[in-house]
Design a protein around this ligand. Structure first.
Ligand code: AMP
Length: 174
């Protein structure tokens, strides 16, 4: 059999670790976050490695019900843009609408960090531009990566109301 042309040979894709922020403040937010992690874990090129506790936080720069938040650590062979599209597909499937900026939402999924990559395209900024300003990102991240979040970073967001919830993830298990 003739050798496959060079362009057809499949190259193993590098695996990256990515950290995503999950949030919801409409509907059964806890169930929606668990659903999102299950869906992500079922994607062919994504594995959910770890998830923080669930948190309840006050909306920032917005009104509406409290949010339920968490951060998850993924390993993935997807490129950052493909991961973003995957997350946006899940937001849509969860009934996400965008009537106005910072509107309450059934599901919000953001890429906080993608390995050590720095990305600035029209559709994707990584690290997420506001990750260090948000208690609902910093506290769950500090649980997963305590060595990467400093006490002064946590102190800087101490006026933002947030509490760690005692309840465990319902449906999701790796
Ligand atoms: P949001 O209203 O928070 O869901 O913002 C979604 C918009 O932010 C989309 O248009 C994305 O293309 C853009 N975006 C830029 N950087 C990121 C990121 N790191 N994670 C998620 N969305 C991002």
């Amino acid at each position: 059999m003739p050798a496959r042309p060079q362009t057809m040979q499949s190259k193993p894709l590098a695996t990256s670790l990515a950290w995503i922020g999950l949030g919801a403040n409409l509907g059964d937010s806890t169930a929606t976050l668990a659903w999102a992690l299950e869906q992500l874990h079922q994607q062919a090129h994504v594995q959910v490695q770890r998830a923080s506790s669930l948190y309840r936080s006050a909306p920032v720069d917005a009104t509406g019900p409290d949010y339920i938040n968490a951060v998850a650590e993924l390993s993935t062979t997807l490129a950052p843009q493909a991961l973003l599209e995957c997350l946006q597909g899940l937001e849509l499937a969860a009934g996400r609408q965008r009537p106005y900026r910072n509107a309450p939402r059934t599901l919000d999924l953001d890429i906080v960090w993608f390995g050590e990559q720095q990305i600035a395209t029209p559709s994707l900024t990584v690290p997420h531009p506001r990750w260090h300003e948000r208690a609902f990102v910093l506290h769950p991240l500090a649980e997963l990566l305590p060595e990467r979040i400093s006490a002064s970073q946590l102190q800087a967001v101490q006026t933002q109301r947030i509490e760690r919830l005692p309840q465990r993830w319902t449906a999701w298990a790796v």
